[in-house]
Design a protein around this ligand. Structure first.
Ligand SMILES: Cc1cc2nc3c(=O)[nH]c(=O)nc-3n(C[C@H](O)[C@H](O)[C@H](O)COP(=O)(O)OP(=O)(O)OC[C@H]3O[C@@H](n4cnc5c(N)ncnc54)[C@H](O)[C@@H]3O)c2cc1C
Length: 365
C-alpha cells in the first residue's frame, strides 16, 4: 500500500473499516492484543508513509458523513472529506472558517496534521477550529474538547494518529461569502511576499514562488470576501462564486491526473519557520533551486496563526513554507529531492523552525 507521496510502501497485516466509534475501539483493542499497531488512514494524502503500517490499517472511510449542521457548528464523522463538509454547509450559507487548498482530504487526517488554509492568518489552523472530538484512546471511546479531557484534545490535534484515533468532530462554522474577489499581487522577493501577506486585510491570503523566464517569481493572492479595495500592487482581479473559489484546484488536479503526474512520487518538503527568519530561509532555498528540483510541483508560502495546537510546536509568528516537489520525468530523482528536503529541514531547525509532519523527510542517519 502507498500514499500520495508514493515513496514508502507498507503491507498491512490487516485492514479494518470500522463503521462506528465502538467498532474502531474494538479494532484498536484487537490490534493491541496481537501486539500490532493500529494506524488510522483518511485518504492517504500524506507523503512519507504517515498513514501506512505493517500492523492494522484503520480505514476511516466507514466513518464518513455529516450528521448535523447548525448555524455555528457541524457534527461530522472523521472520515468525511472537506468537500463533503462544504457541500452540506454551503446551501445553508455556512462554511468551515479554514479549508485546505485541496478539498479531497479528510477531517480526521488534516486535524491530525493541523490543516492550514488561506484564511489561517485570521482563524488559525483547522485544528484550532474544532469545538469537540470523539476519539479512541487506549482502545476506549473518549469525548474531548478544550474543557473536557483537554489532555486528550491537545494530544490528538496535530498528533498524526499516534495518540488516538479521531472518529468524529464538531467543527466551527461561519457565514460563507457568496462571491469573492481574488487579487494577484506580484512581489519582489520573499520579504515582500510576507509583507503583503501580513499587511493585507483580505480574508484569504496565499503566496507562490513560480519558475519564470528570468528566474523565480514571487506572487501573492489576496482574496476579499466582501466589498473592499484590491491591495496596492494588484495587477489582476477575478470575481468568482465562493464555491468555485473553494474548489479552485479541481481543474489543475484533473490536468495532473490526465498527464500522469498525480501518480508520480511526491517528495514534499514542508516547514514552519519563525516569522523573523522566514524570508531568509525561503530566499536561500529558492536561490539554490532549479525548476528540475521541483518537477511539476509548486512552492507555497503562507504566514499564519496557530492558537492552541501544542503538538504542532509552531514557532513564533509562523510561516508555512512548502516545496511540493513532483518527481517528474527528466527532473531530479526522488533521492535527490528527499535530500533537498532534509537540507531544508536542517536549515529550518537552525532558526527554530519545525517540520509540518505530513512532509517527506527520511529519518536522519
Ligand atoms: C493535493 C494536496 C493538497 C493539500 N493541501 C493542503 C493544505 O492546503 N493544507 C494542509 O494543511 N495540508 C494540505 N495537504 C496535506 C494534507 O493535509 C495532509 O496530507 C492530510 O493529512 C491529508 O489528509 P488525509 O485524509 O489524506 O490523511 P492521511 O494522509 O490518510 O493521514 C494523515 C495522518 O493523519 C493520521 N490520521 C488520518 N485519519 C485520522 C483519524 N481519523 N484520527 C487520527 N489520525 C488520523 C494518519 O495516521 C496520518 O498520520 C494537501 C495534500 C495534498 C495531497
Amino acid at each position: 500500500m502507498r500514499d500520495f507521496g508514493g515513496i514508502v510502501e507498507r503491507s498491512p497485516a490487516r485492514t479494518v473499516r470500522p463503521a462506528t466509534a465502538r467498532e474502531a475501539a474494538a479494532a484498536v483493542r484487537e490490534a493491541a492484543a496481537h501486539g500490532l499497531e493500529a494506524v488510522p488512514r483518511g485518504l492517504g494524502h500524506s507523503t512519507y508513509g504517515q498513514s501506512l503500517t505493517s500492523g492494522v490499517s484503520l480505514d476511516l472511510s466507514g466513518l464518513a458523513g455529516v450528521h448535523e449542521v447548525r448555524p455555528d457548528r457541524a457534527v461530522v464523522g472523521a472520515g468525511t472529506s472537506w468537500r463533503a463538509v462544504l457541500a452540506a454547509t454551503l446551501p445553508l450559507g455556512l462554511t468551515p472558517p479554514v479549508l485546505t487548498d485541496h478539498l479531497d482530504v479528510t477531517v480526521g487526517g488534516t486535524i491530525s496534521a493541523a490543516g492550514v488554509g488561506g484564511t489561517s492568518h485570521r482563524y488559525g489552523t483547522q485544528a484550532d477550529n474544532v469545538l469537540a472530538l470523539d476519539v479512541v484512546v487506549d482502545g476506549e471511546p473518549v469525548a474531548c474538547s478544550s474543557s473536557v479531557r483537554p489532555d486528550v484534545f491537545d494530544r490528538v490535534r496535530g498528533g498524526l494518529g499516534r495518540h488516538g484515533v479521531i472518529t468524529g468532530a464538531t467543527l466551527r462554522l461561519v457565514p460563507a461569502p457568496e462571491r469573492v474577489l481574488s487579487c494577484t499581487v506580484p512581489c519582489r522577493d520573499a520579504a515582500d511576499l510576507l509583507r503583503v501577506q501580513r499587511e493585507t486585510r483580505a480574508e484569504h491570503v496565499s503566496g507562490q514562488v513560480k519558475p519564470s523566464e528570468t528566474g523565480w517569481a514571487y506572487e501573492a493572492k489576496a482574496v476579499l470576501y466582501g466589498p473592499g479595495e484590491p491591495p496596492p500592487g494588484t495587477t489582476e482581479t477575478e470575481e468568482l462564486p465562493y464555491a468555485d473559489f473553494a474548489d479552485r484546484l479541481r481543474p489543475d488536479v484533473a490536468e495532473l491526473v490526465a498527464l500522469g503526474e498525480w501518480a508520480r512520487p511526491h517528495p514534499w518538503g514542508m516547514v514552519l519557520l519563525p516569522g523573523s527568519a522566514a524570508a531568509a530561509v525561503i530566499g536561500a532555498t529558492v536561490a539554490e533551486m532549479t525548476p528540475a528540483d521541483l518537477g511539476l510541483g509548486v512552492v507555497l508560502v503562507k504566514a499564519l496563526r496557530v492558537d492552541r495546537v501544542p503538538m504542532l510546536a509552531a514557532p513564533d509568528d509562523p510561516v508555512l513554507f512548502s516545496v511540493l516537489r513532483t518527481a517528474s520525468p527528466g527532473c531530479a530523482s526522488v533521492a535527490e529531492m528527499l535530500e533537498a528536503n532534509r537540507t531544508l529541514l536542517t536549515r529550518a531547525e537552525a532558526v527554530g523552525g519545525v517540520r509540518y509532519a505530513v512532509d517527506s523527510v527520511p529519518p536522519a542517519g
